[in-house]
Design a protein around this ligand. Structure first.
Ligand code: VGL
Ligand code: ZN
Length: 208
């Protein structure tokens, strides 16, 4: 059992990111049994949910003439325009029904401001609005954050990078993640994570 200073952060294991969802991540459902096993090895688990208002600025449908996966320039920088996904209180925004993490203590919902996206569980895409997770983790004495879930190259990577920026150790559990991989985004994410000192392990390193 992992100690009190080690937290498992389970990112966006939601229906819309599953293979039949609105923003499908290939093989996204395969992380569910792996995460279920991992969760029982941690005394402290935190979940996140992508949780957008229906008129969210990241949705391509609100940008006339633009298509999903186009890039747009917004007030805070470059933004991928996504298919409408994880709308607050819809079935698509619900956690996968087979995700079984009874010991999760906190659910962070992110991306709830209509005009700012938030891939990261720590900081919104304007890079100045905190979600509160940094303060929470410091308050409970966390030192190391193990990241898993969807998608490796967006919400998982941004969360791991922000965990490092906030002074935590960050570890990606690779086989408990799946990627979107848009135009080389997965390789770029790994370059950034490696440079930032994010480490990479497999679930068997924790479960044996
Ligand atoms: C995510 C794209 C848009 C993610 C969320 O969970 O990685 N990706 N919103
Ligand atoms: Zn989103």
């Amino acid at each position: 059992m992992k100690g009190a200073d080690e937290v498992l952060l389970v990112i966006d294991v939601q229906n819309d990111f599953m293979p039949r969802g609105a923003l499908p991540v290939a093989h996204g459902d395969e992380v569910v049994p792996v995460i279920n096993r991992l969760a029982s090895a941690f005394s402290h688990v935190v979940l996140t949910q992508d949780w957008h208002p229906a008129k969210h600025i990241s949705f391509a449908e609100h940008h006339p003439g633009r298509a999903p996966f186009d890039m747009a320039t917004l007030s805070y920088g470059q933004q991928v325009l996504w298919p409408t996904h994880c709308v607050q209180d819809t079935d698509g925004a619900a956690l996968h029904r087979d995700l079984h993490v009874p010991n999760a203590r906190l659910v962070i919902r992110k991306g709830h401001h209509v005009d700012v996206d938030s891939y990261s569980a720590f900081m919104e895409a304007d890079r100045k609005t905190p979600t509160g997770l940094t303060g929470y983790l410091r308050d409970v004495g966390a030192k190391r954050v193990y990241c898993c879930g969807l998608a490796t190259d967006y919400c998982v990577a941004w969360s791991a990078l922000d965990a490092r920026s906030a002074g935590f150790e960050a570890v990606i559990i690779d086989d408990a993640c799946r990627a979107i991989d848009l135009d080389g985004s997965l390789a770029r994410a790994w370059e950034q994570m490696t440079a930032a000192g994010v480490s990479r392990i497999g679930s068997t390193d924790l479960l044996r």
